[in-house]
Write a protein that binds this ligand. Structure first.
Ligand SMILES: C[S@@+](CC[C@H](N)C(=O)[O-])C[C@H]1O[C@@H](n2cnc3c(N)ncnc32)[C@H](O)[C@@H]1O
Length: 259
């Protein structure tokens, strides 16, 4: 993690358990008031029953994983179904519901879209803070009767995907990769949240090392999400690409789904 993180104790048992897990993993103690946190430092805290991360003293929206409301809820209700590029990229348009290993889970947005379209998705996330945010988002999703069936199709595996994929006994139909890529845009509001996320995580300098273990593990294909103009992961050209407005999906096909 590139920026230090402060933890604010909570009365909420599930959130406090996640914060205590973070305290142990990051070898850091609790602050009992924002007063003692340096302005600009990152803070993990209980925002009305949701685990949140924010910059101290900032008015920006905190990072929270919310699969029930917000953008995820909207996309679940009104999203493009199997016609979306991400759905085509994993093969959902071939009449199959592949099992997916999302080896770079992040805030779980892509995983949630795939789970809401019927895939079983295992998410790996190596940042303890992001994994805690995901665990909290899944906890709340499981408490919502509409979203629980989707959340039940998602499981979280904290750890480094390069190691976990190499040691995995399970195979997955598709391995999905979306490592961080340095963002240069400084303008739009949406990018603010991304900047906070990048301050929390930094870049993924070892991203190229994800490709080979993914190719070894996947049954049918590896899908790599990239910014539109980014170079190929590990300099390896995919079998084909799906190009969208904001990003592209590089597909490394291993076997046909119908085969
Ligand atoms: C761009 S974000 C992924 C966003 C995600 N697709 C979503 O929809 O929310 C990349 C994430 O992958 C994680 N990551 C990168 N390399 C990893 C690795 N080797 N093992 C596990 N997680 C990794 C980073 O910590 C970060 O949270």
């Amino acid at each position: 993690m590139s920026t230090p993180l402060f933890l604010l104790a909570s009365d909420h048992p599930a959130i406090q358990a996640l914060l205590e897990g973070l305290a142990a993993q990051l070898d850091t103690g609790f602050s009992h008031s924002l007063q003692y946190v340096d302005e600009g430092a990152l803070v993990a805290f209980d925002a009305s029953g949701e685990l949140a991360v924010q910059r101290a003293g900032s008015k920006e929206k905190p990072i929270v994983v919310d699969f029930v409301g917000g953008k995820a809820g909207h996309r679940r209700k009104f999203g493009g179904g199997k016609g979306q590029d991400i759905a085509k990229a994993v093969g959902l348009n071939k009449g199959v519901k592949p099992s997916v290993l999302d080896a770079t889970g992040g805030l779980g947005r892509d995983a949630f879209v795939l789970a809401s379209l019927g895939c079983n998705v295992t998410l790996i996330e190596r940042s303890p803070v992001v994994a805690a945010l995901l665990a909290d988002g899944l906890r709340r999703a499981l408490e919502d009767s509409d979203v629980a069936p989707i959340a039940q199709q998602m499981s979280l595996l904290p750890g480094n995907a390069i190691e976990l994929m190499g040691a995995s006994d399970n195979q997955y139909d598709v391995v999905y990769l979306d490592p961080m890529f340095p963002h240069r845009e400084k303008s739009a509001l949406v990018k603010k949240e991304m900047r906070l996320f990048q301050d929390l995580l930094g870049d993924d300098p070892d991203a190229n090392q994800l490709l080979q273990p993914a190719l070894d593990l996947a049954r049918y294909r590896v899908v790599v999400k990239r910014p539109r103009l980014a170079p190929d992961l590990n300099g390896q050209a995919p079998t084909y690409r799906l190009e969208g407005k904001a990003c592209r999906y590089d597909i490394y096909a291993l076997k046909a789904f119908s085969g």
